[in-house]
Design a protein. Structure first.
Length: 618
């Protein structure tokens, strides 16, 4: 089984990382904080022991801690080895350098708070999501004579999906392809796909489809692969006045996000203070060492029964009032959703989700609406073997191939200048995506070329062996770096800013994204920007990140540092053209690609891209 291959690969990679990779490397990769300052501990609304920790060093490093991920505490021995505490915790929320963790409620807090040596925290191998995916696949495989079995057989065959037939509904505020997509969702009895290329208003269309579905159904389920994607769609639904209950991800920085999480709703229920008082009484009773007689046990059971009854009543009200139940795909296995069934499931960013993960919520529904773009970021698969054998192929892709009649392509984009959009449209979308009139000629400077490919001066002199001249490789799995190209990238940005003028940039808040496919290059670029005095007034307007970090975002100006420059023409994972499609479609008005054509143009995609930017050299 391909998922098993991926599971074993990730587990082995984690073992190697834990045993062989030094602490400083883990910190630099964003997989560990050391040292941390241990803050307060408390019981949260769901009666879970919560501990706060603060990162006190390396605060400029972007980290990988996020809601739901398992972590382990450690100390460093005199022999400079990591000694782990014998329990794991779960990230409850992260806000900058502050993190709250759910930890076992059996004295573990005291172990950490009383530790005399500095304490650190690192990401731990996450078996939970794999267990849920294995369980979902097992249930799907064994399903017989029910809706799940029907959907399984339908999705993997060329059998026609069923549709309702009624007159299309008009949505004058949507464009024709968005309007058609919403109608296709309403007509679908089994499955529909909203295919949204960059900037085409996929979220707008999806929110409209959800809103219209709620005119016909009392409640729907909305899922996505990542917490960020779920929160984004939730925010848009809340803006439409829809009552959303967000399962998981209990805390984000802004109050708007907080207000629709299950935990906050639970906490603000009028009967919650009574439940809290009963739980407190249970904890105090359990703390009594003496007098544990029959009366003690009867009192404890009575209190527990009252707490359970109150919890069930509060839950029933929260779920009864909500029109949308939202979670990540893996989060849909939450015990709170046990026994729940929905007519319709919407899966956003479905092209980034592993096939097995999609089946976790599909078990609870009668029909599925996928939204995403299989020409942008694919799912993350670490096992090369599993990838080669097809684990990276998503359920959405399979249905696109088997049932093209279920797919609606959104064809009008509202983000990019026509010149920036055209290459992507021609290569990935058969030239079908067009620019809305209001963005077609958008730009910053008069007579400016919206899309350029620049070459580092004397790029042809670069050699593999000289890291100052071309690319170099740092550390196992840490990525590649091209220092000369990084310096040139910032020089190009400085020149462009000078042309626009400092005051205009600040007045109009012209924002910039500096993107590189390689994390090492991203971190090097960030350090350079911090050092350069020129960029000091503009730092708030400049974001430097990987391609994955820019998914779903856009900026006025994008500069893309490609990094690869070698005599063999090796381009590594730049062959994953879907990633590059994301990178080149983030810019509204100006896109500058910086890369070595001698290395990159041996690949037909980059050859075409070079020719598109240099028509005179065709």
């Amino acid at each position: 089984m391909l998922l098993q291959l991926e599971y074993l690969e990730e587990k082995e990679a984690f073992r190697k990382q834990t045993e062989t990779i030094g602490l400083q490397r883990k910190v630099k990769r964003g997989d560990a904080w050391f040292p941390v300052s241990v803050g307060r501990s408390y019981y949260n609304a769901l009666n879970q022991m919560t501990l706060e920790v603060l990162r006190t060093a390396d605060q400029d490093i972007e980290h990988n801690f996020e809601f739901g991920r398992p972590v382990a505490f450690f100390t460093v021995t005199k022999e400079n080895k990591l000694k782990y505490f014998n329990f794991t915790a779960t990230v409850n929320f992260v806000d900058g350098d502050r993190m709250a963790l759910i930890i076992p409620d059996n004295g573990k807090v005291i172990d950490i708070q009383s530790c005399e040596t500095p304490v650190g925290i690192q990401l731990f191998f996450d078996e939970t999501s794999y267990k849920m995916m294995f369980d979902a696949l097992d249930r799907v495989t064994k399903a017989k004579n029910n809706r799940l079995a029907y959907l399984r057989d339908l999705f993997y065959s060329h059998q026609k999906a069923q549709k309702f037939s009624f007159d299309p509904i008009r949505f004058p505020w949507l464009n024709p392809t968005q309007e058609r997509a919403v109608n296709e969702v309403l007509w679908a009895k089994d499955v529909a796909i909203v295919h949204g290329p960059p900037g085409t208003g996929k979220t707008t269309t999806l929110v409209e489809a959800i809103n219209e579905t709620l005119m016909r159904e009392s409640q729907v389920m909305v899922c996505a692969q990542s917490n960020m994607a779920v929160d984004w769609i939730c925010e848009k639904l809340v803006d439409r006045g829809i009552n959303v209950l967000r399962i998981g991800n209990p805390t984000k920085v802004n109050d708007k996000m907080l207000s629709f999480t299950y935990e906050r709703r639970f906490e603000s229920h009028p009967e919650y203070p009574q439940l809290w008082a009963i739980r407190k009484a249970i904890r105090q009773l359990r703390g009594q060492r003496k007098n544990r007689n029959d009366s003690y046990h009867q009192k404890l059971e009575r209190l527990k029964d009252r707490a359970t009854a109150l919890e069930i009543r509060i839950n029933s009200e929260l779920f009864g009032e909500a029109r949308v139940i939202a979670s990540t795909l893996v989060g849909s296995a939450n015990r709170l959703l046990e026994g729940q069934h929905f007519t319709t499931l919407f899966i956003d960013e479905a092209a980034q989700a592993l096939e097995a993960a999609c089946w976790i919520p599909i078990r609870r529904v009668s029909r599925v609406i996928f939204a995403g773009d299989h020409c942008q970021l694919p799912p993350t698969v670490k096992s090369i073997r599993a990838l080669q054998l097809g684990l990276g192929k998503t359920l959405m892709e399979r249905i696109v191939e088997n049932k093209p009649e279920c797919v609606t392509l959104l064809k009008i984009q509202y983000r990019m200048n026509e010149k920036i959009m055209r290459f992507s449209s021609d290569w990935f979308y058969h030239g079908e995506v067009e620019s809305a009139p209001q963005v077609k000629y958008r730009g910053i400077l008069d007579y400016d070329e919206p899309m350029e490919w620049r070459t580092v001066p004397d790029c042809t002199d670069m050699t593999d062996s000289d890291p100052q001249n071309g690319e170099s490789f740092i550390g196992e799995s840490f990525g590649r770096i091209n220092k000369r190209e990084a310096n040139y990238t910032l020089q190009v940005l400085e020149d462009y800013f000078t042309k626009i003028g400092k005051q205009r940039i600040l007045d109009e808040q012209i924002d910039v994204g500096v993107i590189s496919p390689y994390r090492a290059q991203v971190q090097y670029l960030r350090r350079l920007i911090q050092k350069r005095e020129f960029f000091k007034p503009f730092r708030r307007l400049i974001t430097v990140n990987t391609v994955d970090g820019f998914q779903g975002q856009e900026r006025d100006v994008i500069i893309l540092s490609m990094v690869r420059s070698n005599s063999k023409g090796e381009i590594g994972f730049l062959r994953d053209l879907r990633r590059i499609n994301v990178a080149i479609t983030r810019a509204r008005m100006k896109l500058i690609i910086i890369g070595d054509p001698a290395t990159l143009t041996r690949h037909p995609f980059y050859k075409r891209l070079w020719e598109y930017c240099h028509p005179e050299e065709k």
